[in-house]
Design a binder for this molecule. Sequence first.
Ligand SMILES: Cc1cc2nc3c(=O)[nH]c(=O)nc-3n(C[C@H](O)[C@H](O)[C@H](O)COP(=O)(O)OP(=O)(O)OC[C@H]3O[C@@H](n4cnc5c(N)ncnc54)[C@H](O)[C@@H]3O)c2cc1C
Length: 489
Amino acid sequence: MNKSISIIGSGFSSLSAACYLAKQGYKVSVYEKNNDFGGRARQIKENGFTFDMGPSWYWMPDVFDRFFKDFNKKTSDYYKLTKLNPAYSVYFDENNTIPIEDSLEKICNRFEKIEPGSSIKLKKFVLNARENYKVAVLDLLYKMPGESPLELITIDTIKKVKYFLTNIRKEVRKDFKNPMLRAILEFPVLFLGAKPSDTPAFYNFMNYADFGLGTFQPKNGFYDVVQAMISLGKSLGVSYENNSDVKKIITNNNKLVGLEINDNFIGCDIVISGADYNFTEKLLPKNLRQYSKKYWDKRILAPSALLFYVGFNKKLDNIEHHNLIFDTDFDQHAIEIYDNPKWPTNPLSYASFTSKTHKHTAPKGCENGFFLIPIAPNLKDNQQIRDKYFDVLINKLEKITKQDLRDNIIYRKSYCVSDFINDYNSYKGNAYGLANTLLQTAFLRPKLRSKKVSNLYFCGQLTVPGPGVPPAIVSGKLVSDLVIKYEEN
Ligand SMILES: Cc1cc2nc3c(=O)[nH]c(=O)nc-3n(C[C@H](O)[C@H](O)[C@H](O)COP(=O)(O)OP(=O)(O)OC[C@H]3O[C@@H](n4cnc5c(N)ncnc54)[C@H](O)[C@@H]3O)c2cc1C
């Protein structure tokens, strides 16, 4: 009889693992505690507005394409993608906005106008980033389950070793002098959850993802991808159960025998958890947990976020689909996220309006705004604080885009640390998992396979390879490969 696999959670890593293992012949069931599937990528649909609750930047389209190709499908079999132009705009103040267009040539021209001589340097920088992308994303990522340091040692990585010993900030500042250009080039690694000064320069492959590959948008938002993966999984025989809260992992002699779900026992041969790693270990008896409180306390988490989903009853001027509000120095904000955690004094922020390019995501004549302020995990949040920062955000947006907005708000919902904890069992309310610093890369991250319970596996943004939707999809593939390796031999 085929072995049965229970998967905890329905984030991208879980959805990916479910498809790979069902294809391999396992009997796969996905158990999600919430009503909606998709984890941090759920969607709000209210009063005619559609808001993606989490991911909004569709980068690295090749990772999505490769996933569907593994099942002899194409991305376009499931959803329609548009390449955005501009990909995004960066607002430094009301008189300085830099749009990042949809080709490297156009971006180089823009750089040259701001800093003469910078376009040649940019081409070289992006060429190097492309080489790193080929080594890291197209090859290494899929062969690196983090079991051994040897996985990292290849002819290509030996050639690149110097980029692991320096950081993104140093590399960018060596070549570019203009503070706005520096900020733009340091932006993509923020997706990896750490400061540019703590992120190895090798990770500049994110700059190739940004300037080389571009930014895409699924027609109905990021949730299209969730629905696509579930539709594929169903065709392979996966069952998806919502409102299924996993309360315990039941073990017998250091092997798991099943799960306690909503007070019922469900037996299975193998469990993969895509829920936050720290939380999953708490479902086990103490002696079967691998990592201590001290271990977790020492980890550098990716930020949490204060989010607002806002409906406006008019069309907005001077904004694009993706907007970075970089009207203040990131260094101070970064200190308040990583070094001296507190609510930011003067935050940088991000605003997205999918209705700018995809009108059907807001009622006619309206606009849907998604606002994000990155913050330190574990901060105490309450309505008063949320209201204070909402004011800050709207003031900034009004100033930078030169229009009145406050009286045009007809829908508003906030989301912050306590929601991440309540909804996802998120460790310290992190939004993006565990940061990708040098000491939290590959085999130095929490393991995909438990060292204490042999038939228990993990996936997702707190394990290998790290934060972001593309890495989560790869995480599902890596954990499936390990299940096949250990459970079939
Ligand atoms: C605000 C925000 C913006 C982001 N922006 C981007 C972006 O633009 N681009 C990008 O690529 N990435 C982005 N990310 C990161 C990306 O969304 C995540 O890295 C990715 O979705 C994480 O997937 P995951 O598989 O680790 O699981 P999660 O999405 O964390 O899913 C885990 C699931 O487990 C479930 N669960 C927890 N406990 C239990 C239990 N006891 N029983 C059953 N189920 C349980 C949870 O409810 C959840 O559904 C963003 C994230 C956030 C929060």
